[in-house]
Structure formats: structure tokens, C-alpha cells
Design a protein around this ligand. Structure first.
Ligand SMILES: [Zn+2]
Ligand SMILES: [Zn+2]
Length: 143
């Protein structure tokens, strides 16, 4: 059985030193609010896509990647040493690439989105769907 041809999309770090190409469709997007993901990203949650290593290819800059491994856990962070952006990394047994969704330069197709470890999310990240939204910076009230 042959797999249908899947288009590839590109991603990179902010300074573009590190770039990659990945199959453009993903089964799941994990939005993880655990304490480690909060600290690793400096944000409310990590947004990670998983893809088999056969669907992933580095295009440039692997020598610029620094990896931090959380001792005793299958959690790590890979980032560009120039700009600090999160970049993809391999899971513990090397079968999957974990792709930070925000590093993609083109739209990805995602079948299912899940928020996980919401029990550990900080109070300031509650009810995000009710936080007022603005297309860009809000206009100042000028008080
Ligand atoms: Zn960079
Ligand atoms: Zn997490």
C-alpha cells in the first residue's frame, strides 16, 4: 500500500539560521500547561505537534541547535543559540520529532487539538477565550 503524497511545509527559528521541512498534516496538537512547559517556553503553554522522523528533514543550521534535557524526565528543549527560538527535537526513543507549532512558517493541517495538564496552568492563563482581543496593539484610552 502506498501512502498518498503529502505536501511538506517549512519552519524555522526567528533568525532563520535553523530551518526544516516537515509533512504538513498532523494527527494531534498538544497545548501543554505543565510547569515544565510553562518555564521552558516562558508562556502559558507549549504548542507541540508530533510527527514520525520519516516525515521530517533539517534544511539548515543544526550546528546552531542547543539542547537542554530535563534530568530524569523525557522532556527537553532545543533552541537556536543565536535567537533563542524553540526548534524541533526528537523524543526519548528517537521515533518522533516534536515540532513547536509556532516555528512553522506555513499553515499546518491538524486533526485534533488537545489541552493537557490544565491542572497546572497559572491563574493568569484561565479563560483565555474570554480575554478581550485586539487585531494589533489596543488603542490607548488617553486618560
Ligand atoms: Zn535562530
Ligand atoms: Zn508540558
Amino acid at each position: 500500500m502506498t501512502e498518498p503524497a503529502q505536501s511538506k511545509i517549512r519552519g524555522s527559528c526567528l533568525c532563520a539560521a535553523v530551518s526544516y521541512e516537515v509533512r504538513g498534516s498532523f494527527e494531534k496538537l498538544f497545548l501543554c500547561s505543565c510547569d515544565q512547559c510553562r518555564q521552558i517556553t516562558g508562556s502559558a503553554f507549549a504548542s507541540n505537534l508530533f510527527v514520525g522522523t520519516d516525515g521530517f528533514e533539517w534544511l539548515s543550521g543544526t550546528e546552531q541547535i542547543v539542547r537542554y534535557q530535563v534530568p530524569g524526565r523525557d522532556i527537553s528543549k532545543s533552541f537556536c543559540r543565536v535567537c533563542g527560538s524553540g526548534v524541533p527535537w526528537t523524543n526519548g526513543d528517537g521515533t518522533k520529532m516534536i515540532v513547536p507549532a509556532g516555528s512553522l512558517s506555513e499553515p499546518a493541517q491538524v486533526v485534533e487539538r488537545l489541552r493537557i495538564f490544565v491542572s497546572e496552568q497559572p491563574e493568569w492563563a484561565f479563560d483565555l477565550e474570554h480575554v478581550p482581543t485586539h487585531a494589533k496593539f489596543p488603542k490607548t484610552a488617553g486618560s
